[in-house]
Write a protein that binds this ligand. Structure first.
Ligand SMILES: C[S@@+](CC[C@H](N)C(=O)[O-])C[C@H]1O[C@@H](n2cnc3c(N)ncnc32)[C@H](O)[C@@H]1O
Length: 328
């Protein structure tokens, strides 16, 4: 008999090929051209992101992980026992394990991620590591309405959204996302959100354009996926990664630059590029502490705690959900 702890549930709502193709055609048909950053993450994209987390230039993961480790006991006291944690963008699960280990008898965990095979592996490993907690996986696009499993536990519901992934949304989308997350956890719930802080341009530019070219491979993986999954004929030698901090907009932008005038075929459409034209593939908005707290208040949340590292590179915000989010 196999009595090893197993995942309580795993739901697979990952976007299919038709959805990927439709979103890619819409983005590449627009001016300026765009592609959604969520499609970075197939097996290879997730593995490349794990390599990015190890890069000397990518301070984000290192600093947030250390900060979380230093405050985990305090956060655990605030959250209390028997809690259910919902994490958006679980990735390799390194950070959530720190939080779950500090918590007093967490009842349930739901990992939500678009990268299905990676999520299955991670939730399976977590079910074994935390045998007294119900572990659920939901492979889905978290920018769309989600159906989450029923969660065990009589304690707080808490959304954990690390990695400054909220920075991939523009300000209005971020506000809407926070308000939806608040509805998900309900009154007396909370959100614990990792947010990258504004800082000097050189540090930001290097973090998204590393010397080893791993971020470039990660960005170009979008075109590899379009070739493999949607039958496109992008020549990867004809596109180059570009990343820079746009100070006016307060965000790092990632683009793929067409190195020559060319036409690419995708799903029966011919997509023309001029030399130097770009596909805008990702934004990473940066916030000051007060800017992010103001945005949280606009979403109807109460910023109760904020922690930053000594060098003021990264912040973790604990946002309380009030009774206005009661859903009858
Ligand atoms: C920047 S990584 C962060 C990973 C990890 N949470 C961390 O902090 O290091 C973003 C994660 O979110 C997932 N992701 C990105 N966009 C998504 C979307 N629209 N829906 C669901 N998951 C998404 C990716 O697969 C990836 O695991």
């Amino acid at each position: 008999m196999n009595d090893k702890p197993t995942i309580a549930s795993f739901a697979d709502f990952r976007p299919d090929r038709e959805k990927f193709l439709a979103e890619a055609l819409a983005g590449l048909g627009a001016t300026p051209k765009t592609l959604p950053s969520k499609y970075f993450y197939d097996d290879r994209g997730s593995a490349l992101f794990d390599l990015i987390c190890e890069l000397p230039e990518y301070y984000v993961t290192r600093v947030e992980t250390a900060l979380l480790g230093s405050i985990a006991d305090e956060v655990a006291t605030i959250i209390g026992q028997d809690a259910a944690i919902i994490e958006y963008g679980t990735g390799s699960s390194e950070k959530i394990r720190i939080l779950l280990t500090a918590l007093n008898r967490p009842a349930a965990f739901v990992g939500v991620d678009i990268s299905g095979d990676a999520l299955l592996g991670v939730t399976d490993a977590m079910a074994r590591h935390f045998p007294d907690m119900a572990v659920h996986g939901v492979c889905a696009d978290f920018t769309q309405p989600l159906k989450l499993p029923t969660l065990a536990g009589s304690g707080k519901r808490v959304v954990f959204f690390p990695g400054s992934s909220l920075g991939n949304f523009d300000h209005q989308q971020a506000e809407d996302f926070l308000a939806n997350a608040a509805k998900t956890v309900g009154p007396d719930g909370a959100l614990l959100i990792g947010i990258d802080l504004k800082k000097d341009v050189d540090t930001l530019n290097a973090a998204y354009d590393d010397a080893q070219g791993i971020t470039a491979q990660f960005n170009l993986n979008l075109l590899t996926r379009l070739n493999r999954e949607c039958g496109a004929d992008f020549d990867l030698e004809d596109f180059r990664h570009r990343a820079f901090y746009n100070a006016k907009a307060g965000r790092v932008e990632m683009h793929l630059v067409s190195l020559r005038a060319q036409t690419v075929s995708l799903g029966g459409a011919n997509i023309a590029f001029t030399k130097g034209e770009t596909i805008h593939t990702e934004n990473s908005y940066k916030y000051s502490t007060s800017e992010f707290q103001d945005l949280s208040r606009r979403a109807g949340l109460m910023p109760l705690h904020v922690w930053t590292d000594a060098d003021q590179l990264f912040s973790l915000h604990y946002l309380h959900v009030g009774s206005q989010y009661y859903m009858p």
